[in-house]
Design a protein around this ligand. Structure first.
Ligand code: NAP
Length: 467
């Protein structure tokens, strides 16, 4: 192995996945003065940007502005985008290792965690991740159906994804039609008969995973009153003493915000969003057609676990909620990738400072890296991926300088393109995506929306062929 990353011997990097983690990795690579690089990004879908396009809520357009920085990365002559190309199907690990010094996986967390309770698999019980992907027009989820003809729904979990789902369920059609929500979702939500949405936290308000700006926004919905029970905000002694330490200012503020929200009188809006704490679903009950007909809850109390965290344990107090539709929002989960090690318990590729680690011997696998959620698990906001990518790139640059990355068998940049085109004639380049982007925005402008998304692969490819 010899030194690479110089102007004579640029470091050739393949990034698998085009979400924020992938793009921030490319950005960090281009920013380094000590490194000359060529970056190719592989994406399973024709459209780039991963969770920015398919995860961020449609009524949070500002967050989607992150793509401006990604466009700048993509405009560099040393960058190529291979969209509609799937790792493990159109390109294998061996292909990538033959053509690149370094391969970095940025595939995120593509599935959900489960609650592990009876009835979870009933009709009208869904992972929140699928609902999110559906309303954001993800091609894999556009044909899913969600029965919004019922009146009472529950979202399990109180993280920011749960907040997004509850908020979208409570938005009025007028609020939604200003966004880039998928057209079919807009129509389904327009016809929604939902009147009551429960959000259920298994721990107390001081431990809620949502951030303060997000919960405040729940108090500002045009069509729904946020109801928080004052009794849920009376802190147990463990939470009280934890907050009194004063080292978690955000948690203190969170409790203050919730108390202010609880003190407000409902305004008689069409929908009610009921935020509850210290409860866990223990069972979903079924009607005769196998659909959710109700939810049995247990009230929890907090205890201090061995690791020092406050965790919930069930009491013997139970309650039934008349919910007919359930979204479990209890966390995303990474998916194992072909030919790579995987840590089942955390749902991540095992790594050390961004270097993929062989679990057999605990040593880094030369030339393989990870970044984003598939590296650290599904936590943090879009911007969290920036320093995370920085760490991975620092490892990669260090390895290149020390001659620790393997020399690829083929250094011809055209060779991988030929190989990809052979296996996937419908490869989508970044210029193709820009045409689709312009088309979506043009359609949106006609109806006063940021964009009208192309949600079907066939439609997107036909658009490219025709335009
Ligand atoms: P999260 O923040 O980890 O929240 C998961 C929630 O599920 C927590 O309330 C957790 O409770 C609960 N939970 C886990 N297992 C449960 C169980 N078995 N029963 C009941 N509740 C359970 O995850 P997320 O909401 O999926 O969000 C992922 C990341 O994306 C987060 O970092 C989030 O901030 C970020 N995000 C940000 C935005 C934004 O900035 N607007 C929007 C969406 C997502 P415990 O706390 O008790 O474990």
């Amino acid at each position: 192995m010899s030194v690479s990353g110089t102007s004579e011997r640029p470091l050739c990097v393949a990034i698998v996945g085009s979400g924020p983690a992938g793009f921030y990795t490319a950005e960090h690579l281009f920013r380094r003065d000590d490194l000359t690089v060529r970056v190719d990004m592989f994406e399973r879908l024709p459209m780039p940007f991963g969770l920015v396009r398919y995860g961020v809520a449609p009524d949070h357009q500002k967050i989607k502005k992150a793509t401006k920085a990604f466009d700048r990365v993509a405009s560099r002559p040393e960058f190529r985008f291979f969209g509609n190309v799937e790792y493990g199907r159109h390109v294998t690990l061996d292909d990538l290792r033959r053509h690149y010094h370094a391969v970095c996986f940025a595939t995120g967390a593509q599935t959900d965690r489960s609650m592990g309770i009876p009835g979870e698999e009933l009709d009208r019980s869904h992972p929140a991740t699928e609902f999110v992907a559906w309303y954001n027009g993800h091609p894999d989820y556009r044909d899913h159906t969600f029965d919004l003809s019922v009146e009472c729904a529950a979202v399990v979990g109180v993280g920011n994804v749960a907040v997004d789902v509850a908020r979208v369920l409570c938005r009025t059609p007028e609020e939604l039609e200003k966004t880039d929500i998928a057209d079919y979702a807009l129509e389904t939500l327009r016809a929604s008969r939902i009147k009551e949405v429960y959000m259920l936290g298994r721990r107390g308000p001081a431990q809620a995973a949502f951030t303060n700006a997000e919960v405040k926004e729940l108090g500002e919905l045009e069509g729904a009153d946020l109801i928080v029970r004052r009794s849920d905000l009376e802190l147990d002694t463990l939470s009280e003493s934890e907050l009194a330490k004063g080292d978690d200012r955000a948690a203190q503020k969170k409790v203050e915000i919730l108390r202010a929200l609880a003190a407000r009188a409902p305004q008689g809006r069409a929908r009610q969003l009921k935020l509850r704490f210290l409860v866990s679903p223990v069972e979903l009950t079924a009607d005769s057609d196998g659909r959710v007909a109700g939810m049995r809850l247990v009230r929890n109390v907090l205890y201090r676990a061995e690791d020092g965290a406050l965790r919930p344990k069930p009491s013997d107090e139970h309650e039934n909620l008349p919910v007919k539709l359930v979204f479990r929002s209890v966390g995303y989960r990474g998916v194992a990738l072909p030919q790579l090690p995987f840590e089942e318990r955390r749902g991540v590729i095992p790594s050390d400072q961004g270097r993929v680690v062989d679990p057999e011997n605990g040593r880094p696998v030369p030339g393989l890296y990870v970044t984003g959620w598939i590296k650290r698990g599904p936590s943090g906001i879009i911007g969290t991926n920036k320093p995370d990518a920085g760490e991975t790139v620092a490892s990669m640059a260090g390895d290149a300088a020390e001659g620790l990355v393997p020399e690829p068998a083929v250094v011809d940049a055209d060779a991988i393109e030929r190989l990809v085109r052979e296996r996937q004639p419908d490869v989508v380049g970044f210029d193709d995506w820009q045409r689709l982007d312009a088309f979506e925005m043009e359609r949106g402008a006609a109806s006063g929306r940021p964009r009208v998304k192309l949600t079907s692969l066939a439609e997107a490819l036909a658009q490219l062929r025709g335009s």
